[in-house]
Design a binder for this molecule. Structure first.
Ligand SMILES: Nc1ncnc2c1ncn2[C@@H]1O[C@H](COP(=O)(O)OP(=O)(O)O)[C@@H](O)[C@H]1O
Ligand SMILES: [Mg+2]
Length: 360
């Protein structure tokens, strides 16, 4: 099997007067595990349906492997789709489920069966060929659905929140399984999810969407370490946020006047004095002052300590807002109470133009 690249070229999708996907251009590379991440209703499924051919974009083009897909329905595109509801046939054996799509291709029964057995082996279901889906666990049924989708040898596999119906343990196990299957086949995977943990653990690159707009496309590290917008900063991972007005700024750093005092941070958006800004600092980049020489210091009221094992989550209120600090579990926080000095380095904080946060 061979993956192909997928290009969205100035694609727009409108439903009546409502624009579900604003003008979007991006390229998903051949053989890539690419995730589209965003909250419910932001337009993820709409993008997938445009790629698979179930809907035509209102504007712009979809190209797969360089070929314009305009006017081609789902059956004439090199794509296959896996829904959350797997839609396996309960009265057919697993191999017959996998072989189902091959009959229409004129393959004889023996070839269909051979091909189905190969694919079931590929997804780790050797020995389960003759059983029915009902005899399998949820994760195994998922793998039958993947084998069935791969049977037609798609260049691009489209997965619409396929793990969300599984329980937590199975979901985490299937993350590794899906990734392994993607690597083995080399097929391009476009994986849709509202779960940032799923996107971060499986993807080569991620597009983060909000309200019909792709706000950032990047590797998992880029998305986490260099969020481009306030929404990405708060939707992916945890972030503390301090709002204020830029007091002074140069190309590298900005000083933001906040209700909690001045804060120095990297000046990501070329902010200038007088602009509204937000400063983000990850809990693992903040710390208790404890004699450290920190660029930025705040006083927080200690609320509680949650033990996570190797580290602890320390919850504070600074001014009237929450502030979280992750610290290694070294026993020294046991006696925290009342007012506590905490802080962070300017290089560990990013200032950006004020904007919408993840409000969930
Ligand atoms: N066929 C349609 N007609 C009208 N509105 C639609 C249609 N399909 C999707 N929408 C709207 O477009 C927006 C994005 O939907 P969708 O792509 O399904 O979001 P997601 O998959 O991110 O949850 C939603 O507001 C949804 O109600
Ligand atoms: Mg959806």
């Amino acid at each position: 099997m061979h993956g192909k690249n997928v290009e969205l070229d100035k694609v727009v999708m409108r439903f009546g007067g409502f624009t579900a996907v604003q003008q979007t251009s991006l390229e998903i590379r051949a053989g890539e595990f690419f995730s589209i991440l965003g909250p419910s209703g932001c337009g993820k499924t709409t993008i997938l349906r445009m790629v698979s051919g179930f809907i035509e974009p209102s504007e712009g083009r979809v190209r797969i492997g360089g070929d314009d897909m305009g006017g081609r329905g789902p059956a004439r595109r090199p794509t296959a789709l896996i829904f959350q509801n797997l839609a396996l046939f309960p009265l057919m054996s697993n191999w017959e489920n996998v072989a189902f799509g091959l009959e229409a291709r004129g393959l004889d029964k023996r070839t269909r069966r051979e091909r189905a057995y190969e694919l079931l082996a590929l997804v780790g279901l050797e020995g389960k060929e003759a059983q029915r889906p009902g005899a399998l666990s949820g994760g195994q049924r998922q793998r039958v659905a993947i084998a069935r989708a791969l049977a037609v040898e798609p260049a691009v596999l489209l997965l619409d929140e396929p793990l969300s119906a599984l329980d937590l343990k199975l979901r985490q196990y299937m993350r590794a399984e899906l990734k392994a299957i993607q690597r083995k086949t080399g097929v391009t995977f476009i994986f849709i999810t509202h779960d940032q943990g799923e996107a971060l653990t499986m993807s080569d690159r991620i597009a983060v969407m909000r309200a019909g707009v792709v706000e950032q496309v990047g590797t998992t590290d880029e998305i986490y370490d260099r969020p481009a917008t306030p929404f990405v900063a708060t939707f992916v991972g945890e972030n503390n946020v301090l709002s204020g007005t830029v007091a002074e700024a140069d190309a590298a750093y900005a000083r933001i006047e906040t209700p909690l005092g001045p804060v120095r941070a990297r000046n990501q958006d070329a902010l200038a004095a007088g602009q509204r800004a937000m400063v983000f600092v990850r809990p693992e980049r903040a710390s208790l002052v404890n004699g450290h020489d920190l660029d930025n210091r705040l006083t927080g009221r200690f609320e509680r300590r949650d033990l996570e094992g190797s580290y602890v989550n320390l919850f504070f209120t600074v001014g009237d807002q929450p502030f979280i600090v992750h610290e290694p579990n070294l026993d020294r926080q046991a006696a925290l109470e009342g007012e506590v000095r905490l802080g962070f380095q300017a290089d560990d904080a990013v200032a950006m133009r004020a904007g919408a946060l993840d409000d969930a």
